[in-house]
Design a protein around this ligand. Structure first.
Ligand SMILES: NC(=O)c1ccc[n+]([C@@H]2O[C@H](COP(=O)([O-])OP(=O)(O)OC[C@H]3O[C@@H](n4cnc5c(N)ncnc54)[C@H](OP(=O)(O)O)[C@@H]3O)[C@@H](O)[C@H]2O)c1
Length: 331
């Protein structure tokens, strides 16, 4: 059995999802010869630390009941810098202006030779080159499937599963909030404002939905795809972006009468990175409804390979993190 010591930095929806799947999949992981021992958990104010393994069920209950993970005052960054462990699961909030605390955490992890698995797209969309260089200098593994499409496997699909193929284009729906709003506008012949309000009520949209509906969140994911799959050194300034705020129910109805739906499509290839609402034939694989994500990877040997799945959710996103953790240590 290989024991891998882990910190979980950020204990919101995704961090808690990771804790839950590590508890639920303990036996499954042991059958793979892997024992992930969480030695530290941090939220924004507190930490729980135990070099023999933190009791994850107790930490989950405490977070639920008291809003904190523990009573220690160490910050996530201090944990990364001072506690000896193998892998940092970085699940703090996304900041696409500076890269935020996530960027500092990842750079510190690499400086100390730790591996990093993350769902936090901010640092990758802002400082991809710097992070790759730091990971390489630290001799660290760096995996980030969860940053693009949550549970939907697209980065590892394009990089690993389809190895041997040249990828010529990736296009898809990478924002569940926009997909939900457009789907419901079409179903109800309702306005953008009405369906945004519904999405907010149901928790599919943030109180400030700007990043989602203006296409900025999709643009960040395309930047990660461009850099990871196409070997570019792109930033969000290289993406042409338009969002969904000006789409009307009348436009959706016209499209529907001609056999189309309107979707916010992100597309990346060697020559362009683009986010825009597009007409998609109603029976096309990209025409998925509700809050689903979808990605179609165009390859030279296999033609198009399309995957669809949940782009968000606590355990769903944790599944991508767990899969990255397994892929680092299984061999
Ligand atoms: N939710 C999803 O479905 C999803 C899907 C894909 C990717 N992501 C990305 O995954 C990341 C986590 O998302 P989430 O939904 O779990 O966010 P969240 O619910 O807002 O949780 C963020 C967590 O980070 C903690 N935190 C904030 N500042 C910190 C600091 N300086 N040090 C340590 N912890 C800190 C927060 O502490 P408190 O609890 O004390 O506030 C909270 O526990 C984000 O980058 C998000 O964009 C999320």
């Amino acid at each position: 059995m290989k024991t891998i010591s882990v910190s979980i930095i950020g204990f919101g929806a995704v961090g808690q999802g990771v804790a839950k799947v590590l508890v639920d999949k303990k036996e499954y992981l042991e059958n793979l010869g892997l024992d992930f021992k969480v030695v530290a958990v941090a939220d924004s104010r507190t930490a729980a630390i135990d070099e023999n393994g933190v009791d994850l069920n107790a930490v989950l209950s405490r977070k639920q009941d008291e809003g904190v993970v523990g009573s220690e005052k160490l910050t996530g960054l201090e944990i990364i810098e001072t506690i000896d462990h193998d892998v940092v699961v970085e699940t703090t909030p996304t900041n696409i202006v500076t890269g935020g605390v996530g960027l500092q955490n990842m750079l510190a992890a690499f400086k100390h030779g730790r591996d990093v698995v993350t769902s936090n797209k901010g640092p990758l969309a802002m400082k991809y080159g710097e992070l790759m260089e730091a990971a390489s200098e630290g001799g660290s593994n760096f995996k980030y499937e969860a940053t693009v499409g949550g549970a939907m496997p697209v980065l590892n699909l394009a990089k690993d599963v389809l190895a041997g193929n040249s990828i010529t284009n990736v296009e898809g729906i990478f924002n569940g909030t926009c997909n939900y709003i457009l789907t419901r506008m079409m179903e109800e012949h309702a306005s953008y404002e009405q369906m945004l309000a519904e999405a907010q009520e149901l928790g599919y949209a943030e109180t400030d939905p700007t990043y989602d509906v203006e296409g900025i969140d999709t643009a960040c994911k395309l930047v990660i795809l461009a850099n990871c799959v196409f070997g570019m050194n792109a930033t969000h300034e290289d993406v042409t972006v338009s969002g969904i705020t000006r789409i009307t129910p009348e436009a959706l109805l016209l499209a529907q009468n001609e056999g189309y739906v309107i979707k916010l499509i992100g597309e990346v290839n060697d020559s362009r990175i683009n986010v825009a609402p597009k007409l998609v034939p109603i029976d096309h694989p990209l025409a998925v409804g509700g809050s689903l994500n979808v990605a179609s990877v165009q390859t030279d040997l296999s033609g198009p390979i399309t995957v669809t799945g949940r782009g968000a959710g606590s355990v769903e996103t944790a599944s991508a993190i767990l899969s990255d953790m397994i892929s680092i240590y299984r061999d």
